[in-house]
Design a protein around this ligand. Structure first.
Ligand code: LRH
Ligand code: MN
Ligand code: MN
Length: 397
């Protein structure tokens, strides 16, 4: 590769920021069992301590997303300061209106106005927290939906949803955004109120420029072409964030890039092509400010190295996406060379980018091999020794 292009690829890689979720540092499980691990954080502060290790070794993970009330604390400005002292920043504030008894029939779409009020109050509290932490994004995922046909009025629920979203949207400051996440099913099994990107997009479009769609890669029907969704949303300036994870069956929340690294590459290629990677010629005009977040649970594997591995998987897919020879691709596409165009993509995908990423990390002052560096650091042993009585990340906590 030409010297100049390589410099560009490296600069884009060193500018990418990957946000890790506070809940991935704590215990989690399926509805059948939570396997508790020794040494997991007991407080949100200890979650930040672990996140700081991930950032130290990788050099690209300074942001940590919070989930309220799982990470509820007395003083959010002080928490932001605590993060800052460790080289971190607090990222998206995730609202949680899915774990209380009142929400059995829905939160913001509940037929009972008192429940809707309670849910909206929580969303407003999250906006207050954003003011204190300096967070840009309010991430909204609603478990609202129906288990049985006829259970409630589908269109009335959309109207209630729109009303709540508008109240939150109006509350946001000029530099704050709302990102609306969709999910096909679960916990509702017949109908979900925000089941797909189209529904999220339609609401965000009505709300205005501060509302964007969040694509959780585990929230689609099997076989869905996620990169198409990404390409479309980016083209419409409506892609706000990713919740990266892998799935084999449903919302499995496995490590991103573990199940289908080729899909992850295709997604990141569309991000690059759509100008979503700062530091590339494609993004020269404007940086759409996409949040590259992880949303995963590490039920059986050690958590910190799993998160490091996930960050590296996103970086590897990004590096391969950056290596795609756009000119050669355009030429092949223009001349109708189907096999040639496909070969350009596959050449990039089949490149071993690990040495390149090792260099990028070294230049960032991080570790060439973050997994080995973490294993040698003694942190895993220290937390087992020092933290007695870890607690669950949130599910059922
Ligand atoms: C829902 C979801 C959403 C929640 C998180 C814990 O399945 O993806 O992002 O906030 O899981
Ligand atoms: Mn998610
Ligand atoms: Mn999910």
């Amino acid at each position: 590769m030409a010297e100049q292009n390589l410099a560009l690829v490296k600069s884009a890689l060193s500018r990418q920021r990957i946000e890790t979720p506070s809940w991935a540092y704590g215990n989690s499980g399926t509805r059948f069992k939570v396997f508790a691990q020794a040494g997991v954080p007991r407080t949100v502060h200890e979650k930040l301590d672990d996140a700081a290790r991930v950032h130290q070794h990788t050099g690209v993970a300074p942001l940590v997303a919070l989930h309220i009330p799982w990470d509820r604390t007395e003083d959010y400005a002080a928490l932001a300061e605590y993060a800052g002292e460790r080289g971190l920043r607090l990222g998206a504030i995730n609202a949680n209106v899915f774990q209380e008894d009142e929400y059995k029939l829905g939160s913001v779409t509940n037929p009972d106005p008192a429940v809707r009020r309670k849910a909206l109050d929580h969303l407003m509290e999250c906006a207050d927290i954003m003011d204190a932490t300096g967070s840009r994004d309010l991430k909204l995922w609603f478990s609202d939906g129906l288990n049985y046909p006829g259970q409630d009025d589908l269109r009335a629920r959309q109207e209630r949803l729109a009303e709540a979203l508008w109240s939150v949207y109006e509350r946001l400051g000029p530099d704050q955004r709302l990102v609306l996440e969709y999910k096909l099913f679960e916990p509702a099994f017949y109908a979900t109120d925000v089941p797909d990107w189209g529904t999220s997009y339609a609401h965000c479009l009505k709300l205005g420029p501060k509302a964007r769609v969040c694509v959780d890669t585990g929230h689609h029907a099997p076989g869905t072409n996620i990169e198409f969704i990404v390409a479309f949303l980016l083209g419409e300036q409506k892609l706000g964030a990713f919740d990266f994870n892998s799935r084999f069956y449903a919302d499995d929340d496995l490590m991103v890039g573990a199940a289908d690294p080729f899909q992850l590459f295709r997604i990141l290629y569309e991000v690059r092509a759509g100008g979503g990677l700062p530091g590339t010629p494609e993004s020269a005009e404007s940086d759409p400010g996409i949040a590259f977040m992880l949303d995963q649970c590490h039920n059986i594997e050690p958590k910190i190295p799993a998160i490091i591995r996930s960050v590296m998987n996103v970086q590897e897919a990004t590096a391969k996406a950056l290596l795609v020879d756009r000119e050669a691709l355009r030429d092949a596409q223009q001349s109708g060379d189907v096999l040639g165009a496909n070969a350009v993509l596959m050449d990039a995908y089949n490149t071993d980018v690990r040495p390149l990423l090792g260099e990028v990390r070294e230049e960032l002052g991080a570790d060439r091999d973050p997994m080995a560096a973490y294993a040698a650091s003694g942190w895993a042993e220290a937390i087992v020794r020092d933290r007695v009585g870890g607690r669950q990340a949130g599910w059922g906590a």
